[in-house]
Design a protein around this ligand. Structure first.
Ligand code: 5GP
Length: 176
């Protein structure tokens, strides 16, 4: 394996098992509703696709891509939409699917603009939650795993565009 990679935090099997559980819960909660899954590119792409396959109810699939302003890769909460949703979400049940919620700044921005479009409901499902770093709090309806304060890669999460395709989630040895 790559020497930049540290310990494996969640194996492919652990991720798959947790997504099955999330899929069951979400299918129960949204039965009879008009569910739209909105994955935040690029990190949440893998998670959204696997989560969608774990659902036993109909759901529309869509993606939104945002990018941070400024030279730094550090979250500032000042982001712009580089690819918008294609679905009309007014009056529908929107579930935002994130890879990781860290400070919560990015999510805060996203929720503000999506709420303004008048969805019937707006909730968040994140694969990873690093609550210790939270600056802006948001209710998280569904979470896969809590993660410690270590930069993680794999299963959609990158370091300089690498490692997204790892089937597991690992800590990065090199401080990001
Ligand atoms: P927040 O605005 O909550 O601080 O940051 C959320 C975004 O920062 C995530 O969607 C993700 O793109 C990035 N991010 C935060 N922590 C990590 C991490 O440990 N690894 C990777 N690869 N990206 C992270």
């Amino acid at each position: 394996m790559d020497e930049e990679l540290g310990e494996v935090l969640f194996s492919a099997e652990q991720i798959a098992a947790r997504i099955r559980e999330l899929g069951e819960t979400i299918s129960r909660d949204y039965a009879g509703r008009d569910l739209v899954l909105a994955g935040v590119l690029r990190g949440a792409a893998f998670f959204l696709v696997d989560l969608a396959r774990a659902l036993t109810i109909p759901a529309a699939i869509d993606f939104i891509a945002i990018s941070s302003y400024g030279p730094s890769s550090k979250a500032s909460g000042v982001v712009r939409i580089v690819k918008d949703l294609e679905e009309e979400i007014a009056g529908r049940d929107l579930l935002v699917v994130e890879d990781i919620v860290d400070t919560g700044l990015t999510l805060g921005y996203l929720l503000r603009i999506l709420r303004a479009r008048g969805p019937a409901s707006l909730k968040v499902c994140t694969l990873l939650d690093r609550a210790v770093r939270r600056i802006v709090d948001h209710p998280i309806a569904y979470r896969g795993f809590e993660v410690p304060d270590k930069f993680v890669v794999g299963y959609g999460l990158d370091y300089q565009q690498r490692y997204r395709n790892l089937p597991f989630i690992a800590a990065l040895k090199t401080p990001a």
